[in-house]
Design a protein around this ligand. Structure first.
Ligand code: SAH
Ligand code: SF4
Length: 413
C-alpha cells in the first residue's frame, strides 16, 4: 500500500512540475512515506528523519514532509518532536505542499509497470487487538467500482498486464458504498478489460472471505490462483485475544473450500509469534496448523506492542525478544521445508510466466501462483506470457526452460 501511494505521490509531483532528485542531499523537497506496523519499522523512520535533520543543518531551505502511518490525527506531539519537518499529512491523503494545485482526481502512477498496484479500499474497521492500522488509516473507504475499472483500463493502455488490487481487507470492498459493490463484482468487471492478463488482490480476511468470491475466482480466467489469507495464530484462545473473529476450525474449512473450488490455488499466510501470554503449547498449535495446512509461504512477525492498541494497554509484552526469535526461527525452519517440498512438486510441470525482466543473465517473472521463475533464453521475452517447464526448485524460486510445445502456448499463438 505504501509503495502504491509513493508511486502516486511521485506522479502528482511530476504533474506539478517537480522533477526527481538523485538523493536527499540534492532534493529541495524530501517526502518520507512511513510504516509503523511494528516498532522496527517506526525506528527506521525515526533514523531517516534524524539523518534529514542533520542534512538540513547545512541546507536550511530544504523542505521535509512526513506522511504514512507515522502521522496520527493529532500531529501536535510529532511537530514538537520533529520541529524541522515542514509538512505532515496522513497516509493516502493529498499533501498540502507549496506550488501544488487544489486536489483533483486521484493520480495514476507515473509509469504503468507491467504489474501495477491499485488501491481499492482504504482503512480498516476490524481493530485486531495488536494492530495500529485502524488508528492511523481510519475507517474503511472504498473507491467507486467505475473509477477503479477506468483506472485499470488506463493502466493497461499504458502497458500494464497485471493488476494487484490492494486493501487492508479487500473482502470488505464496497460495503461502505451505496451501490453495495463487492470484490467479486469488481473482478467480473475487470476481467472484461482487453489486454489485461492477470488480476490479483490482497489482503483477505478469513472472517470475511465469501463463497461468492471463491467461486468468482474459480470462474474468471484472469484472476490468478493465489490468495494471501493471514491466520496469525493456530490457537483459538490466542485468536480470541487477538480479536480476529474466527476459530482455527473455521479457518481450516475456509482453506478446504478454497482448495476444492480453485484447483492448484497457492495460499500464503501471516503469523505473529509471541503475542502476550502465548504459551509454548499455544505456539505448538500454530506449528501444527502450519504442518497440516502446508501454505506456499508464511510471512512471520514477532509481536510488537503498538501505541493505542488494546493489546498494548491490556497486556504487558511478557515474552522476551530471545524467545520470540526462537519461535520465529522454528516457524521459518519448518516452513522452509514445506515450501521446498511444494516447489519440488512442480518439477516437470509447465507454468505460465509473465516475464518482468532479466536478472543475472536469466529472464525472470512470476507464475500465476506468484512464485518467482527464472529461465535462460536468447529471445526477448519481456512483457510476454511464456510457458516454462520447471527443472529446479528451491523454497523461494523455480528455474526452468521455455516449453514451446506446451498445449497452452500452441493455443495462444
Ligand atoms: N489486514 C491484514 C494485515 C495487515 S498488517 C490482516 O488482517 O492480517 C500486516 C501484517 O503485519 C499482519 O498480518 C501481522 O502479521 C503483522 N502485524 C500487524 N501488527 C503487528 C504487531 N503489533 N506486531 C507484530 N506484527 C504485526
Ligand atoms: Fe490490522 Fe488487518 Fe486486523 Fe485491520 S484486519 S486491524 S489491518 S490486522
Amino acid at each position: 500500500m505504501n509503495r502504491a501511494e509513493s508511486e502516486r505521490l511521485s506522479a502528482l509531483l511530476d504533474s506539478q512540475g517537480y522533477t526527481g532528485a538523485p538523493g536527499a542531499n540534492q532534493a529541495d523537497l524530501v517526502i518520507i512515506n512511513s510504516c509503523v506496523v511494528r516498532a522496527s519499522a517506526e525506528n527506521r523512520v525515526v533514523n531517516k528523519l534524524m539523518l534529514l535533520k542533520h542534512i538540513k543543518q547545512s541546507q536550511p531551505h530544504k523542505q521535509i514532509a512526513l506522511t504514512g502511518c507515522f502521522v496520527p490525527d493529532d500531529i501536535k506531539a510529532l511537530k514538537k518532536r520533529f520541529p524541522f519537518v515542514n509538512y505532515f499529512f496522513k497516509a493516502g491523503e493529498r499533501p498540502d505542499l507549496p506550488d501544488l494545485e487544489a486536489p483533483g482526481e486521484p493520480c495514476l502512477p507515473r509509469e504503468a509497470g507491467l504489474r501495477s498496484l491499485v488501491p481499492i479500499i482504504q482503512g480498516c474497521n476490524n481493530f485486531c487487538s495488536y494492530c495500529i492500522v485502524p488508528y492511523r488509516r481510519g475507517r474503511e473507504k472504498s473507491r467507486q467500482p467505475g473509477e477503479v475499472h477506468e483506472e485499470v483500463a488506463e493502466l493497461v493502455a499504458r502497458g500494464a498486464r497485471e493488476v494487484i488490487l490492494l486493501g487492508q481487507n479487500v473482502d470488505s470492498y464496497g460495503q461502505d458504498l451505496e451501490s453495495k459493490a463487492d470484490l467479486a463484482g469488481l473482478l467480473e468487471s475487470l476481467n472484461t478489460i482487453r489486454g489485461l492478463q492477470r488480476i490479483r488482490f490482497l489482503t483477505n480476511h478469513p472472517k470475511d472471505m465469501s463463497l461468492r468470491l471463491i467461486e468468482t475466482m474459480a470462474s474468471l480466467d484472469k484472476v490468478c490462483e493465489q490468495v494471501n489469507l493471514p491466520v496469525q495464530s493456530g490457537d483459538n484462545s490466542i485468536l480470541r485475544a487477538m480479536k480476529r473473529g474466527y476459530t482455527v476450525e473455521l479457518f481450516k474449512s475456509l482453506v478446504g473450500r478454497l482448495r476444492n473450488t480453485v484447483p492448484g490455488v497457492a495460499i500464503t499466510t501471516d503469523i505473529i509469534v509471541g503475542f502476550p501470554g502465548e504459551e509454548e503449547k499455544q505456539f505448538q498449535n500454530t506449528l501444527a496448523l502450519l504442518a497440516e495446512l502446508r501454505f506456499d509461504s508464511v510471512h512471520i512477525a514477532r509481536y510488537s506492542p503498538r501505541e493505542q492498541t488494546l493489546a498494548s494497554s491490556r497486556y504487558k509484552d511478557i515474552i522476551t525478544e530471545i524467545e520470540k526469535k526462537r519461535r520465529a526461527g522454528l516457524v521459518e525452519e519448518n516452513q522452509t521445508e514445506i515450501s521446498r517440498e511444494i516447489n519440488k512438486g512442480l518439477i516437470g510441470k509447465t507454468v505460465e510466466v509473465l516475464v518482468e525482466g532479466r536478472k543475472k543473465g536469466k529472464w525472470y517473472g512470476r507464475s500465476r501462483s506468484d512464485k518467482p521463475v527464472f529461465f535462460k533464453h536468447e529471445d526477448n521475452w519481456f512483457g510476454k506470457l511464456v510457458p516454462v517447464k520447471i527443472e529446479q526448485a528451491s523454497p523461494w524460486s523455480l528455474t526452468g526452460c521455455v516449453n514451446i510445445n506446451s498445449q497452452q502456448f500452441k493455443e495462444d499463438n
